[in-house]
Design a protein around this ligand. Structure first.
Ligand SMILES: *Cc1c(COP(=O)(O)O)cnc(C)c1O
Length: 824
């Protein structure tokens, strides 16, 4: 019925989606939008033209999708996220919409190669890593499942920096992704909201009620830009709305009349810096005022927009929780709890308790990390200055909350102190995670182990208070991008055997299990992997000048560079392996290519040093004729969604070796296993569940468990013992420390090694021996290609659980209270 309605409406004015129709649209767009003579068009002009042709068709569908949701009075899910790591949109849109083949053929008849022009599209890299990519996968899933799901975020002028490697070191370049305009966005100059900062709060009585007025503020305008998000295999198109900061018109009048024209322009530019740049820090809180302003800016605009739509629909404000679910992607948007209260109290004039019940019912909060350095806090003094009314509201929320705590734990003053939203021990700070927990009806961790640790440690007091609020929702990845699009050869092979329905129901991959026992099927699977490896090898040569052998084992660690992810552990093994080859002890070992990729936060000196060490080690090893044919080390620059989509299908071995207890979930681990890489990893994050899914004989698990890590630390960890007792480790560390890999500056890594020996906060040395042993198991298996392939196929077949569609269904049922079945 619902879909039939859409189809009926589309019948009146649809743009044709066959080859001829697309061809006409592309040609028209080339001439009328890009303004180019087809004879003189550049590849970028063709990209613009084809994007327009696709966009036109998406926008029609989005219109009907929205009409349908409105007509059905659907409950809407709003996903609030500071980050969306989307990547390129053209091929993804074509595949989701089902226009891929006709578009490719239409272009080809005009002498243009689709895949060539698609490469010119810059990645939309409005995120740092896993958290931002999760948000993008969730949008794809909500659209593909016909769920009324809306993303809200910031339209950064500059996304994640571009990484170049110069003399082995990371150099950051600005990501000017909007340089040539953006073919996908719709500017909405009529969708404007005022966002206020600073000023003061005036209190007065009105019929016995206390009213608050926030005045003398600085104002910024949030202007909407919309990005259509097409579902796969349906006609549903959802929306991502990103806000850009603009100076107000009053601002223009006030400042320009003062006669200082240039000064006024400067001030204007300053206000608009709010949406200028994404902070490139992953898993660390940024204590800058501009960051707080970014957070509040997008949250305030989004909530105003959401409430406006609610009212336009004719709903009462008291019905908000029936019509709206708001998901906080980490604490970055947690100020939304205070903002919604502010609007309900000061604008809608609801009584406190009514406003608070609505607020709690509306919000869900996803925690992404236990790392202390990632927990956001704002000095009370800063919050008071930037958002004075919100600071009052936070105090009031805390007052009611503290009363509840005292009631539940009478006489326990310690727990009151620990639970308070205000941290009094570190110079009065607002704990944003506490605000998020107190203001949400559901709090979720992103993998089973992570949620268990949340309950035991970071949120233990909250868990004792409200056990029913805590749920575990393991992350997932979209099969549309990470298998169907990134690995077309494997996708076709799978579909030959089991049909193509797995794209929307990944659990169907289970049916591949039996093919793992068929030699011919294994040969086909292997030849797909080999072709993907040849493709990656050609890109590695192009980007780094390094020749790699596609028949070697491709051992990959691709993710942000972070000490807890332990790229160093991998590198210590590389050096140990190098030494074994030089000593002639590795004669029967399989040749390897060890590939690293990932960005370091520009201010994270140790992470940047790790990149340099990887490159220094690579330089020595890749130029040593003794190990030629055995070992190559590659640092692939500028890891982003587009390069992930090339590297991951070519991987044999997936490195997921974080210190147990520190990786909340990981999603790179899922992408790699789904594409038939075997995992070498610790029992951390979702690795635990991947092991359960694929079977413990099909994964290389090693090292300390989260519990053992905690015990080791408690006992008083002494890393030097491992150095003293393990000759191979000692040799490796001595080489690095003495400058073997940095002959031009022998002391370059002395401090780094000394830190490992004296401190080793991430237990690299404690896990080294077990890791080397696990690498030996991986090597032995790789030398048996039939058995390796069998297990790789079983990995692919058993990864269905890690589809983002399952994740989103869990959120829908357990947090949002929407039923996806209704909207299909
Ligand atoms: C999936 C992904 C990540 C997250 O990788 P993890 O291994 O889970 O840390 C980071 N960056 C990009 C570009 C990704 O695609």
């Amino acid at each position: 019925m619902a879909i039939a309605d859409i189809l009926h409406e589309l019948e009146h004015h649809p743009r044709p989606c066959d080859k001829e129709g697309l061809k006409k649209s592309i040609r028209d767009a080339l001439i009328h939008q890009a303004g180019k003579d087809p004879l003189e068009a550049t590849p970028r002009d063709w990209l613009e033209a084809v994007s327009y042709a696709v966009r036109e068709r998406m926008i029609e569908r989005r219109m009907f999708t929205q009409r349908l949701f409105n007509r059905e009075h659907a409950k809407r899910v709003y996903y609030l996220s500071m980050e969306y790591l989307i990547g390129r949109m053209l091929i993804n849109s074509l595949l989701n919409l089902g226009f891929y083949d006709p578009t490719r053929e239409a272009l080809s008849e005009m002498g243009v190669d689709l895949l060539t022009i698609a490469e010119l599209e810059p990645d939309a890299a409005l995120g740092n890593g896993g958290l931002g990519r999760l948000a993008a996968c969730i949008l794809d899933s909500m659209a593909s499942q016909c769920m009324p799901g809306y993303g809200y975020g910031i339209r950064y002028e500059y996304g994640m920096f571009q990484q170049q490697i110069e003399h082995g070191q990371q150099v950051e370049h600005p990501d000017n992704w909007l340089r040539y305009g953006n073919n996908w966005e719709f500017a909405r100059p009529e969708k404007l909201f005022r966002v206020r900062f600073y000023g003061r709060v005036i209190t007065h009585r009105d019929n016995g009620n206390i009213r608050h007025h926030w005045q003398d503020c600085e104002e910024v305008i949030a202007m909407a830009y919309d990005y259509p998000m097409p579902g796969y295999g349906n006609k549903n198109v959802n929306n991502l709305r990103l806000w850009a900061a603009k100076a107000t018109r009053d601002f223009d009048l006030n400042y320009f009349n003062e006669g200082d024209y240039i000064g006024a322009i400067q001030k204007k530019a300053e206000t608009e810096t709010i949406s200028m740049v994404l902070y490139p820090n992953d898993a660390t809180a940024i204590g800058r005022e501009l960051r707080l302003k970014q957070e509040y800016f997008f949250v305030s605009a989004s909530i105003q927009d959401i409430l406006q739509h609610h009212e336009e629909m004719g709903y009462r404000i008291s019905e908000l929780a029936d019509k709206v679910a708001l998901q906080l992607n980490d604490t970055h948007p947690a100020i939304a709890v205070a903002e919604l209260m502010h609007l309900l109290l000061d604008k809608h004039e609801l009584p406190w308790m009514t406003a608070w019940e609505i607020t709690k019912s509306v919000f869900g909060y996803t925690n992404h990390t236990l790392l202390p350095e990632a927990l956001e806090t704002w000095p009370v003094a800063v919050m008071e200055r930037v958002l004075p009314r919100h600071m009052q509201i936070i105090y009031d929320i805390n007052f009611h909350f503290m009363n509840e705590v005292r009631h539940t734990f009478p006489g326990d003053t310690e727990i009151v102190r620990r639970l308070s939203i205000i941290d009094e021990d570190h110079g009065r700070q607002v704990r944003m995670a506490h605000l998020a927990v107190v203001g949400s009806h559901k709090i979720n961790g992103v993998a089973a182990l992570h949620t268990a640790l949340l309950k035991d440690t970071l949120f233990n007091d909250f868990y004792r208070l409200w056990p029913e609020r805590f749920v575990s929702i393991t992350n997932g990845i979209t099969p549309r991008l990470w298998l169907n699009q990134a690995n077309p050869a494997l996708s076709d092979l799978i579909s030959e055997h089991i049909g193509r329905d797995w794209v929307m129901d990944l659990s169907q991959l289970k049916a591949l299990e039996s093919f793992a026992d068929v030699a011919r099927c294994r040969a086909e699977f292997r030849s797909v992997k080999e072709a993907n490896k040849r493709h990656l090898a050609s890109l590695v040569l192009e980007r780094t000048g390094i020749h790699i052998d596609p028949t070697a084992m491709f051992d990959v660690q691709v993710k942000r560079i972070h000490e807890y992810k332990r790229q160093l552990l991998n590198l210590l093994h590389v050096v140990a392996f190098y030494n074994r080859i030089r000593r002639g002890e590795a004669a029967q070992q399989a040749p390897r290519v060890v590939l690293f990729a990932g960005k370091a936060a520009p201010s994270y000196m140790r992470a940047k040093q790790i990149i340099r060490l990887i490159n220094d080690v690579a330089d020595v090893i890749n130029h040593d004729p003794v190990v030629d044919g055995w070992l190559k080390v590659v640092f692939y620059p500028n890891y982003d969604v587009s390069s992930a989509a090339v590297i991951i299908p070519a991987a044999d071995l997936s490195e997921q070796i974080s210190t147990a207890g520190m990786e909340a979930s990981g999603t790179g681990n899922m992408k790699l296993a789904l594409n038939g890489a075997l995992t070498i990893g610790t029992l951390d994050g979702a690795n635990v569940e991947i092991r359960e899914a694929v079977g413990e004989e099909n994964i290389f698990i090693f090292g300390l468990t989260a519990e053992q890590v905690a015990e080791t630390r408690q006992r008083g960890y002494r890393p030097r013992t491992h150095y003293e007792e393990n000759a191979e480790l000692r040799e490796v560390l001595d080489m690095i420390r003495s400058g073997f890999f940095s002959p031009d500056e022998r002391g370059r890594y002395r401090a780094l090694v000394d830190d490992l020996l004296g401190n080793d906060a991430f237990l690299v040395l404690a896990d080294f021996a077990a890791y080397v042993e696990a690498q030996e198991r991986a090597d032995a298996l790789y030398r048996n290609p039939e058995e390796w392939t069998r297990r790789a196929m079983l990995n692919t077949a058993r990864m269905g659980y890690f589809s983002i569609d399952r994740t989103v269904q869990q959120y829908a049922e357990e947090v949002w209270g929407v039923n996806p079945e209704c909207w299909i």
